[in-house]
Design a protein around this ligand. Structure first.
Ligand SMILES: Cc1cc2nc3c(=O)[nH]c(=O)nc-3n(C[C@H](O)[C@H](O)[C@H](O)COP(=O)(O)OP(=O)(O)OC[C@H]3O[C@@H](n4cnc5c(N)ncnc54)[C@H](O)[C@@H]3O)c2cc1C
Length: 464
């Protein structure tokens, strides 16, 4: 068995592994080895459905050293007037470029694609040959929170013979078929289902030909409140202040979401239905308007079986339409994985330190690894922010999020790094405002002074 020596062994070359590698290379003289069972860097983006796109602006996604996109605003479509969202192929191409133009040219990177980390060795999927890797500093388990996507997911319901169930990635290939299905039944209530319905509508499918099985409705972040340009200061920081006040004054998770909707930060597809789920999906009002055109929505819990006669659900059934095409959007991108400490001796397990930003989080973790001593000090700056799976979880998510933010504000070195990081979208907007603009300065000050009240109230509600 051959042996390689490296300082950091990074298992996984997805967005998290790449953001970590980029910053650790910039901040230290370390050598890095990236092992990935896929043929290209970028992880799940390489296998996503063809019409996938970021749901946040490209401006603060990716790695710190290379911008993604051109920071332009869309002039057409449902994202009109807002900053560009990279398409899936664009994100894949970006990571390829990061590897070829940023990481490999340092001369301090060994990249092993089509190689699986298995039983303590890197095993080539092509030759079967194993390589032992001697790690001088740490192993970075970057794929701990890797998402489950339609392409690598198995439905958790029965599909009878004669029923046609496809992943969303099959939709753009329908032009190859002599006839289009009589009805499209989209299964799932998350962002993938929204993308599939949005794509069907954008391609001219009549809204009446779409049936949407939506077990739960979701609160959705209004994308206008996530824009990187100073012209969006009022939406972004007005929204952030409203959020801080909702945290400080809200009486329950449901009340907090109602306040956020009132402030324009949260959206929902159906105003008659109160959402019970929140996974930080981000959407524009244009998308909401389009999705709301589909009114044949089935809310009878999750699908348990598809037969030629019926859609069988947890709380009843619906008659099936002959010739229907079922689109499986039931993969849960965000599985419930227990949060764990990020720095664990000779292991680093990157997770969110700011929600919902995996790239920023991984880069910040690398910076902390490079410049601070001891796991306790590092973990104190990088508390793991648990991803919410219910509205109540959102309280704890934000308590930890705010605690991390507070710890960073109090640390000069880290604060300076955050201010220069392209992945810190909103910070740039705040830093660029004219300090003589009293109204804007007041918003930022009020946010800061409300933060302790927000944490205290969230803690009280979480304990209740
Ligand atoms: C449709 C969709 C849209 C999204 N949009 C956004 C967005 O707009 N903004 C945002 O911030 N986040 C978004 N996300 C969240 C997204 O999950 C993260 O941005 C990020 O891409 C996740 O990267 P990752 O490195 O954790 O996982 P992955 O992309 O899954 O990468 C993990 C890599 O590790 C490799 N790997 C795992 N185990 C091993 C092993 N044992 N040996 C070798 N290799 C291994 C895998 O092959 C894979 O390449 C989106 C997610 C989805 C599904």
């Amino acid at each position: 068995m051959s042996t390689i020596e490296t300082d950091y062994l990074i298992i996984g070359g997805g967005a998290v592994g790449m953001a970590f590698a980029d910053t650790i290379l910039a901040e230290t003289d370390a050598h890095v080895t990236i092992v990935d069972r896929q043929a290209r860097p970028g992880g799940h983006w390489n296998d996503a459905y063809g019409f996938v796109a970021l749901h946040q602006p490209s401006a603060f996604y990716g790695v710190n050293s290379l911008p993604l996109g051109e920071n332009r605003k869309d002039t057409h479509g449902v994202n009109e007037g807002l900053y560009e969202l990279a398409s899936g192929p664009e994100v894949s191409g970006y990571y390829d470029k990061v590897m070829r133009q940023k990481l490999l040219p340092t001369g301090r990177v060994t990249y092993l694609p089509m190689t699986e980390w298995r039983d303590g060795a890197a095993v080539s999927l092509m030759s079967g040959e194993a390589t032992r890797i001697t790690v001088r500093r740490k192993t970075v388990e970057s794929a701990y929170n890797s998402p489950v996507i339609p392409a690598n997911h198995t439905p958790r319901f029965d599909v009878a013979e004669g029923v046609r169930l496809v992943p969303p990635g099959a939709l753009p290939r329908l032009w190859l078929e002599p006839e289009r299905p009589a009805r499209f039944v989209v299964l799932g209530g998350g962002k993938t289902a929204m993308d599939a319905v949005g794509w069907l509508l954008a391609m001219g499918t009549p809204a009446e030909a779409i049936q949407w099985v939506r077990p739960r409705d979701s609160w959705l972040i209004n994308r206008t409140c996530t824009q990187p340009g100073t012209e969006f200061f009022d939406a972004v920081f007005g929204g952030q202040l409203a959020q801080m006040k909702a945290f400080a004054q809200g009486t329950s998770p449901e009340d907090i979401f109602a306040r956020l909707e009132e402030a324009g930060m949260m959206l929902r597809i159906d105003p008659a239905v109160t959402p019970t789920m929140f996974h930080y999906a981000t959407i524009s009002q244009g998308e909401i308007d389009a999705l709301a055109r589909v009114t044949n929505v089935v809310r009878k819990g999750r699908v348990t079986a598809l037969t030629p006669e019926a859609i069988v659900l947890e709380e009843g059934s619906e008659p099936a339409v002959p010739g229907a095409l079922y689109i499986d959007c039931t993969a849960s991108a965000v599985e419930v994985r227990a949060p764990q400490p990020i720095f664990q001796g000779d292991r680093i397990v990157p997770q969110l330190v700011r929600v919902p930003q995996p790239c920023f989080s991984a880069a910040l973790i690398a910076f902390v690894e490079a410049h601070y001593e001891g796991d306790d000090a590092k973990n104190a700056l990088c508390r793991t922010v648990p991803f919410p799976h219910s509205l109540k979880d959102y309280l704890t998510t934000n308590i930890v999020n705010l605690m991390n933010q507070g710890a960073w504000l109090g640390d000069e070195k880290l604060g300076a790094w955050i201010r220069q990081s392209r992945l810190d979208g909103f910070g740039k907007v705040a830093a660029s405002i004219d300090r003589s603009d009293a109204a804007k300065v007041a918003v930022l000050q009020e946010m800061r002074s409300t933060a302790p009240l927000a944490v205290a109230n969230l803690m009280r509600l979480a304990a209740a």
